[in-house]
Design a protein around this ligand. Structure first.
Ligand SMILES: Nc1ncnc2c1ncn2[C@@H]1O[C@H](COP(=O)(O)OP(=O)(O)OP(=O)(O)O)[C@@H](O)[C@H]1O
Length: 256
């Protein structure tokens, strides 16, 4: 059952070359679930995401995508299952925002196919959902960091993958855009997408995530249901600073 999850890891070791960052990572992310990955700077959150995407080699263990071993899957097939929102959009070319978002549709197209009307409509829907339709024709090289981030999220929405991995998706966004992205994440999960996001904001994890995975300097220090796992004690241990928790008027906990 676990292996048929949109994304799972079994005894995974992550790192670079001979440098191990974390070992024995095990989880299964199911459809409709949101899992937040938290940990101090430099512990390996991005490395874990890249390993789960097959962009950085696993040092040991395995990643399964819908029950299939990631290392045996062709790249195109990975792109049909997993969408990636990296921390930054790196392109030297002045593609329009719509062009970048349309690249999300390319995982469904053959090598010589051009995007059709339905693909353009899907891209426009994604831009609209994130409130950035007015950026469609803008060259991405002229957009702000936050605007580029929204374009990357729209690209991932257009991909229509069953699982989306987002590396600090709201880090550079203002409060209104952050809300728009949080709402898009919730509605993706409600529609069945499995979401893994990394965040430096425990309050965001409380508000969004069903599960959390806490990655510390010596690997995974805790994981499980957010309510039980994301405690002031666990976060104090994780970040090496004393944190406390309170309750917001909406009932959600927050940390300070
Ligand atoms: N391509 C690479 N080759 C070698 N080491 C790398 C490479 N990429 C990252 N590292 C190192 O691996 C460690 C983990 O980096 P990573 O970016 O995964 O951390 P992170 O938890 O995402 O950090 P942050 O919260 O600051 O974004 C760091 O020490 C980093 O310098």
């Amino acid at each position: 059952m676990e292996r048929l999850a949109p994304l799972s890891a079994r005894d995974l070791t992550i790192g670079h070359g001979t440098r191990v960052l974390a070992q024995q990572i095990n989880f299964a992310l199911q459809a409709h679930e949101i899992m937040a990955l938290l940990g101090p700077n430099g512990v390996g959150k991005t490395t874990l995401m890249r390993t789960l995407l097959g962009l950085t080699p696993a040092l040991a263990g395995a990643v399964y995508v819908q029950g299939e071993d990631l290392s045996t899957l062709p790249r195109r097939s990975v792109a049909r299952h997993l969408a990636h929102v990296p921390q930054q959009l790196s392109t030297a070319f002045a593609y329009s925002a719509l062009d970048i978002v349309l690249m999300g549709a390319s995982s469904r197209l053959g090598p010589f196919d051009r995007p059709g009307k339905a693909d353009i409509a899907a891209a426009e829907t994604a831009l609209d959902r994130l409130g950035i339709m007015d950026l469609a024709a803008q060259p991405v090289t002229r957009l702000s960091g936050g605007q580029r981030q929204l374009v990357l999220i729209a690209r991932a929405l257009t991909q229509g993958a069953r699982c989306i991995l987002m590396d600090e998706p709201t880090a550079s966004l203002d409060i209104a855009n952050r809300r728009a992205v949080d709402a898009a994440i919730r509605s993706l999960a409600a529609q069945g997408t499995a979401v893994l996001l990394s965040s430096h904001d425990p309050d965001q994890a409380v508000a969004l995530a069903d599960h959390v995975l806490l990655l510390g300097r010596d690997g995974v220090i805790a994981q499980g249901a957010t309510d039980e796992t994301l405690t002031a004690a666990a976060l104090s241990d994780l970040y090496g600073t004393q944190l406390q928790t309170g309750t917001r008027p909406d009932g959600n906990r927050y940390f300070y």
